[in-house]
Design a protein around this ligand. Sequence first.
Ligand SMILES: Cc1cc2nc3c(=O)[nH]c(=O)nc-3n(C[C@H](O)[C@H](O)[C@H](O)COP(=O)(O)OP(=O)(O)OC[C@H]3O[C@@H](n4cnc5c(N)ncnc54)[C@H](O)[C@@H]3O)c2cc1C
Length: 371
Amino acid sequence: MHYSLLTLARQALRGHRGWQPVWRDAAPRQSYDVIIVGGGGHGLAAAYYLAKEHGIRNVAVVEKGWIGSGNAGRNTTIIRSNYLLPGNEPFYEWSMKLWEGLEQDLNYNVMVSQRGVLNLYHSDAQRDAFARRGNAIRLAGADAELLDAGAVRRMLPLLDFDNARFPIKGGLLQRRGGTARHDAVVWGYARGASDRGIDIIQNCEVTGFRRNGDRIVGVETTRGAIYAGKVGLAVAGSSSRVAALAGLRLPIESHVLQAFVSEAIKPFIPGVVTFGAGHFYISQSDKGGLVFGGDIDGYNSYAQRGNLPTVEDVCGWCYGGFKATPASGWCFAHLLARDEPHPLAAAYRLDRFKTGHLIDEKGQGAQPNLH
Ligand SMILES: Cc1cc2nc3c(=O)[nH]c(=O)nc-3n(C[C@H](O)[C@H](O)[C@H](O)COP(=O)(O)OP(=O)(O)OC[C@H]3O[C@@H](n4cnc5c(N)ncnc54)[C@H](O)[C@@H]3O)c2cc1C
């Protein structure tokens, strides 16, 4: 079903009784060319681009809960490409370009809002570091502007500019950055994938792998075995657990990351603002809620719930892969279709943990040394 003003008008005349489900909730078949484990944004985007860019449609996305029940449906929705390092910037900028055309591509309103992402700086040294990052961003063909305190004050007069400890001296602004509605991104990719014949299978947890010698030939699930030519994992914080089922020990750890949303209030923050002297950022959702977040919890966990100590302690920042969703799906589809990494994702190969070539950057605020 194509969404347009005309479709809306037609449905209005019929009392909105003719809308079809946005995607097909499929039952598992015996085998597929490709199975993608994980129905978050990354898994669904990879499935969508596999069909659209590589013509591979005999694909299943297998999700243990409902699609979008993981990180994709509970993040703070920031999209940006304001990174310094060569391995990061081209990848995230490609993601930004995909975001900019996503609604037309998917024919679905994912509420991309380029309201700007502003990283505040609080010292001359931090200004110099931000100037360097801004120059690197611009050299890579993306946008960045270094603002002085006056320019920030005109944008955000309510901030505490003359705080004795952390005075606001200016900011690094990426105007093309902003937010996108996280659930809609999941639904939009699911719709695009489903329209192209891809099976989206919910309530189907992968509990093991089927092998033929060294080769993985399928997955064991709570809804039976499903065979596949290739199996891709897009299970985010469960990656090490699911990979362990296939006998792979991944060099990564999982942590909980928490965020908060207030009740709706009148608009007062036009864009996304990050504090430069600690881990804290804030934005305001279209509904009016203030969205703000913290750093990851300090211990490893697979839990998907918050806790009270963090509520008391948050001065934090969230980071990660929501903004990467389109480019991640694009590059993962390339890897699955062609058996070689896409050049934009080559720097994220697993062997970086072995060689020490980590891309140690969050692309915001103070020097965080996390990756
Ligand atoms: C509080 C918070 C705020 C964040 N804010 C931002 C932000 O502002 N900007 C940004 O860019 N990023 C942000 N992130 C990070 C971002 O949300 C994630 O990196 C991104 O959404 C990951 O997408 P995904 O599709 O890989 O994972 P997910 O959406 O988690 O999808 C993985 C799916 O795999 C499923 N799964 C797991 N195990 C199995 C199994 N055995 N069988 C079948 N299915 C399985 C899960 O149920 C889940 O649905 C934030 C994260 C959090 C938690």
